[in-house]
Design a protein around this ligand. Structure first.
Ligand SMILES: *Cc1c(COP(=O)(O)O)cnc(C)c1O
Length: 386
């Protein structure tokens, strides 16, 4: 492949910090690099309390435990999302109620929310697709009116904002991913942002296997024990050290990704000349045709250039275009298949399997993600004129 879909970016400092962590003689979790990473997010984005996790999947599972879900409780989430957004709550015995996407964007359609809420609804999980904010004002107002929690699956949304406020810090809980496909990565990693004071103390206990070990190490208690349910959600210092090298470079990484995103957008919508991407490469993409829609952003919803997608009229058109790119050795990939159509939904929630969520299905069939990574600028120069 000449241009892969993604190439994880390395800042060059990762191994130095890992060595430092090893030399400090403590590489289990909750050490110096974990503290640095967590404080970075707390200070920069004003999240009340952050806990690094081994994945966003784990952060979502922590959120599900914190919400004290009982079997039969309902959780509303979009059908067009990654399995982890649903799994975390299914593991606690919750019933998933799927909400359709907006007609013009994969984010959930807020106008459907209220009629999906029942006396059993405990939470709404919003997914900021491609790092673009959901309609958080409306969602928080609905949630508050019904006394239900909002969990932000902000896996793709580091450094994105809604009306100037960082995503992941608006709902009661926010879950981030540092998987190698995300903007900032450490192979496998994640974080839970706790934005509601009632959850802070318990989150730390759940994080450390259901013990009050963190408080013990701060000297607040003289012995630690088993005080709640929990699991081993914290990453080792090796992971945190790697992540720290990335966070130190967050500004330059974001700057580059946004330039690339802008190149895609301004060329495909207004034929503006690119700054980083090669003209031959972009010209090739024009074969996607006229009248297609692309990723969006607005002043109120500043996305983080996590991904750039093109939306086709049909599955056939998408397949043909992806094949054309592949013939030029460029890898593009589609995304989620509607969860309400999944085997698991059919088995566990047959009523959901029967539902019609046409927008979710449309994005499953027609959305295609183009390569977007730090070094794409240089690589795109290898594409010959179409
Ligand atoms: C990547 C992603 C996840 C899972 O993140 P992991 O860190 O791999 O567990 C969950 N939800 C969404 C929307 C994602 O994009």
């Amino acid at each position: 492949m000449l241009i892969p879909f993604n190439k994880p970016y390395l800042t060059g400092r990762e191994l130095d910090y890992i060595r430092e962590a090893v030399d400090m003689g403590k590489i289990s979790g909750n050490g110096e690099f974990t503290r640095r990473c967590q404080e970075f997010f707390e200070q920069r984005y004003g999240f009340q309390k952050c806990l690094l996790t081994t994945s966003c999947t784990d952060a979502l599972e922590m959120a599900a435990i914190l919400l004290d879900l009982q079997p039969g409780d309902e959780v509303i989430l979009p059908s067009f999302t990654f399995v982890s957004s649903a799994n975390a709550f299914v593991l606690r015995g919750a019933k998933i109620v799927f909400v359709d996407s907006q007609a013009d964007h994969p984010n959930l359609d807020v106008t459907h929310l209220e009629r999906l809420i029942t006396s059993k609804t405990k939470a709404i999980v919003v997914v900021h697709y491609g790092g673009l904010a959901c309609d958080m004002d409306e969602i928080m107002a609905i949630a508050n009116r019904h006394g239900i929690f909002v969990v932000e699956d902000a896996a793709q949304a580091i450094a994105s904002t809604y009306q100037g406020k960082a995503l992941g810090g608006i709902g009661h809980l926010g879950c981030f991913s540092f998987h190698e496909t995300k903007n900032i990565q450490c192979g496998e990693g994640g974080m839970l942002a706790i934005n509601h004071p009632d959850f802070v103390k318990r989150a730390e206990i759940i994080w450390e296997k259901g013990t009050n070990r963190a408080a013990f190490f701060r000297g607040e208690i003289d012995k630690y024990g088993w005080v709640d349910v929990g699991s081993s959600f914290l990453p080792s210092e090796v992971t945190a050290a790697f992540l720290w090298a990335q966070l130190e470079n967050l500004n330059s990484i974001q700057h580059r990704r946004i330039q690339i995103w802008n190149d895609y957008h301004s060329f495909l919508t207004h034929q503006e000349l690119p700054q980083l991407l090669d003209l031959n490469y972009l010209t090739l993409l024009q074969k996607a045709g006229e009248g297609l829609s692309f990723s969006v952003m607005s002043k109120d919803k500043m996305a983080n250039a996590h991904l750039f997608y093109v939306l086709f009229e049909s599955l056939e058109a998408r397949t043909a275009f992806a094949q054309m790119l592949k013939d030029h050795r460029i890898l593009s990939v589609f995304h989620y298949q509607s969860l309400h159509r999944s085997q698991v939904a059919q088995g566990l929630f047959p009523d959901q399997y029967q539902r019609q969520l046409p927008n979710s299905d449309k994005f499953s069939d027609c959305l295609l993600r183009l390569p977007l990574f730090f070094e794409l600028g240089e690589m795109s120069k290898l594409i010959a004129a179409p």
